[in-house]
Structure formats: structure tokens, C-alpha cells
Design a protein around this ligand. Structure first.
Ligand SMILES: CC(C)(COP(=O)(O)OP(=O)(O)OC[C@H]1O[C@@H](n2cnc3c(N)ncnc32)[C@H](O)[C@@H]1OP(=O)(O)O)[C@@H](O)C(=O)NCCC(=O)NCCS
Length: 167
């Protein structure tokens, strides 16, 4: 894993983000068709942001990245951040790669950035995501019932966090 650069973009990244099976639970991604331009903008915005880091994930020896993990909303007073993951290349699903990369980015954020609280939200229907965050050491904090609409119906978002409560 390393921060993603514009040179890392490849057609599989854009195509993966537009795959309904991949973006099913990704509100922002599926709202508009992703293009080379929209994905480049996203990468640039994250590169320039002071409160976000977008990591690319590569399998050993692979030419192209297969996913991303993003820390965002990094807040320096409370020392908190949000985390999101997208393994857009479905050929890597089912290998527990998600929990490994979340664990690594979370450890870096807690140890090196000295953050205290890394938070993730997942639709209750997204079982793979919830299992992934739990396996990466996150704990369930609370549920937000009915606030967000998933596939046309009010749904529950489950909030998980990894903490290091030293101040
Ligand atoms: C969610 C995601 C990160 C999971 O990554 P992964 O490494 O492929 O996860 P795995 O397939 O190894 O699955 C983890 C667990 O979920 C289970 N699982 C996977 N798909 C499932 C499904 N559709 N229904 C129920 N359980 C499922 C696996 O059996 C495994 O369970 P176990 O730990 O008890 O063995 C990946 O699928 C992804 O990026 N999806 C698209 C984007 C997304 O939804 N991101 C999260 C938004 S909150």
C-alpha cells in the first residue's frame, strides 16, 4: 500500500467503480457514472487535502492496484478520522485482504498520526464490510436507524470504531 498517484490510474479502476456489485454500498460512487476524469479529480483532491490520505492497494507483484483505503475527515483537535475501503477488483474478494489493509492503515493512523478514533460506517445489509471491520479490530459503537436510504428504503447504518484513547 502507498498513497495513490495519478500515474496509478488504469481502466480497471474506473470500470470497477462503475460495477453495480462493487458500488452497491458506496453512495457517492454510484450516484454518477465514474469516468477517467472524475476519478482523476478524486485522486487529485485527496493528494491536495490536508485531512485525507487515499492509499492504493496492490497484491504482491501486481502491476495495477486492486483497491483503495481512504482516511478522511482527519480532525486534529479530537484526533479522529473516518475510514473507507473499496476493493474494486472483485478477483481479490474472499481472501480477507480487506481486514488486512484496514488493520494496517488503522495502525498507521493511530501510531504515526497519533489519532485516537477511526470510524467507519456500513449499511446493515453489507455483511462483508461489517465482518471485515470487526476482523480488523474495530468494535461496534452505535446504529443509525432510518437516516439513510439504501435501495429505495430507509436503512440502518452501523458505526464501528478503532480506538486508542490516550490523549
Ligand atoms: C467489503 C470488502 C472490503 C470485503 O473485503 P474482502 O477482503 O473481500 O472480504 P472477504 O470476502 O474476505 O469477507 C469477509 C467476511 O465476510 C463474509 N462475506 C463476504 N461476502 C458476504 C456476503 N455477501 N454475505 C455474507 N457474508 C459475506 C466472508 O465469508 C467473510 O466471513 P468470515 O470472516 O466469517 O470468513 C470488499 O468486498 C469491498 O471492497 N466491497 C466493495 C466496496 C464496499 O462495500 N466497501 C465497504 C463499504 S462500508
Amino acid at each position: 500500500m502507498r498513497p495513490l498517484k495519478l500515474e496509478d490510474l488504469h481502466p480497471g479502476y474506473v470500470a470497477g467503480l462503475n460495477d453495480p456489485e462493487v458500488n452497491r454500498y458506496l453512495d457517492g460512487v454510484k450516484r454518477v457514472a465514474q469516468t477517467e476524469q472524475s476519478v482523476s479529480e478524486f485522486v487529485k483532491q485527496n493528494q491536495q487535502s490536508e485531512n485525507a490520505v487515499l492509499f492504493g492497494v496492490w497484491l504482491n507483484g501486481a502491476q495495477h492496484h486492486c483497491g483503495t483505503v481512504r482516511l478522511h475527515g482527519i480532525e486534529s483537535h479530537h484526533k479522529t478520522a473516518h475510514i473507507g475501503i473499496c476493493l474494486f477488483d472483485k478477483s481479490v474478494w474472499g481472501k480477507k485482504l480487506g481486514s488486512k489493509v484496514i488493520e494496517a492503515v488503522t495502525r498507521w493512523a493511530l501510531d504515526k498520526l497519533k489519532l485516537r478514533w477511526i470510524e467507519a460506517g456500513a449499511y446493515s445489509e453489507n455483511i462483508a464490510s461489517q465482518k471485515t471491520f470487526l476482523a480488523a479490530g474495530y468494535e461496534w459503537i452505535y446504529d443509525i436507524p432510518d437516516k439513510y436510504i439504501f435501495e429505495g428504503k430507509p436503512s440502518t447504518v452501523k458505526v464501528y470504531a478503532a480506538k486508542s484513547l490516550a490523549v
